[in-house]
Design a protein around this ligand. Structure first.
Ligand code: ADP
Ligand code: ADP
Length: 235
């Protein structure tokens, strides 16, 4: 079954077509990469799916429900299932909040997830899941390297037990060796937790060992999609 089915998605800014008739699917537990040059419409696509932008046309079915037409209450529920990790974790990690506060914020916003008595042990577990020591939870984001901050952003996303994580250039700003480590972490989480990914990158080689399928975008359109083998054999 598919976790996501995007059909004929379009987005215009005035007369400019940033996204034209994008259609693709993501299977349950699958990693799908979107690659394309800067300005090809990758972020626009992600923002439309997360309803950070209004869409001009099309549908996006998450487990059969159209994300683009859901009303507030149902959308709030599904928002938990679909988390986003951005290129620059400093954008999503408030520098004045400790790692504990940043990760447990999910439990403040969604009080039904976990009783307060269990927050600390759950934050410790989440930190360990992303390869960080639980002892780090009283520190602040600036005390960590870029790669570690991205791990914290991933732990924060995991707190909500997402089914799909949208990574928008989530490793692009990191050193190559650190990129590989974060990608290994994502693969590991996929195998352990069954998470699906929509992984946005401008670099095709980066997704080679991670993605099951690749979508290539150019000028707001999907110009090619296929398995990693297909895309790499016929570039
Ligand atoms: P990518 O993520 O592939 O770099 P984007 O989706 O960010 O591409 O942008 C696609 C195109 O849409 C670019 O030409 C960009 O300038 C344009 N665009 C993005 N957001 C807006 C906006 N809010 N208003 C006008 N044009 C925009
Ligand atoms: P990226 O390439 O990482 O997707 P951009 O630098 O293209 O990011 O865009 C950063 C922000 O500016 C986004 O929120 C995007 O929607 C907005 N933006 C991009 N291009 C334009 C534009 N031509 N007019 C207005 N806003 C834009």
């Amino acid at each position: 079954p598919n976790i996501l089915e995007v059909n004929q998605l379009c987005k215009s800014y005035g007369n400019f077509h940033a996204l034209q008739n994008a259609s693709f699917t993501i299977g349950e537990g699958e990693s799908v990469a979107i690659v394309g040059e800067s300005g090809s419409g990758k972020s626009t696509l992600a923002k439309c799916l997360l309803r950070l932008e209004d869409t001009s046309e099309g549908t996006a079915l998450y487990r059969g429900k159209d994300l683009l037409s859901l009303k507030d209450k149902e959308l709030l529920k599904i928002r938990r299932d679909i988390q986003m990790v951005f290129q620059d974790p400093t954008q999503s990690l408030n520098p004045r909040m400790s790692i504990f506060d940043l990760i447990s914020e999910a439990f403040v916003i969604h009080p039904d997830i976990l009783p307060k008595s269990q927050w600390k042990s759950r934050v410790a577990e989440l930190l360990e899941q992303v390869g960080l020591s639980a002892q780090h939870m009283s520190r602040y984001p600036h005390q960590f390297s870029g790669g570690q901050r991205q791990r914290i952003a991933i732990a924060r996303a995991l707190a909500l037990e997402p089914k799909l994580i949208v990574c928008d250039e989530a490793v692009s700003a990191l050193d190559v060796s650190i990129q590989a480590q974060v990608i290994n972490l994502l693969t590991d989480l996929q195998q352990k937790l069954g998470i699906s990914y929509l992984f946005i990158a401008h670099d095709l080689p980066l997704v080679r060992d991670f993605a099951h399928r690749v979508i290539v975008m150019r000028g707001g359109r999907i110009v090619e999609q296929g398995t990693v083998e297909q895309i790499f054999e016929h570039p």
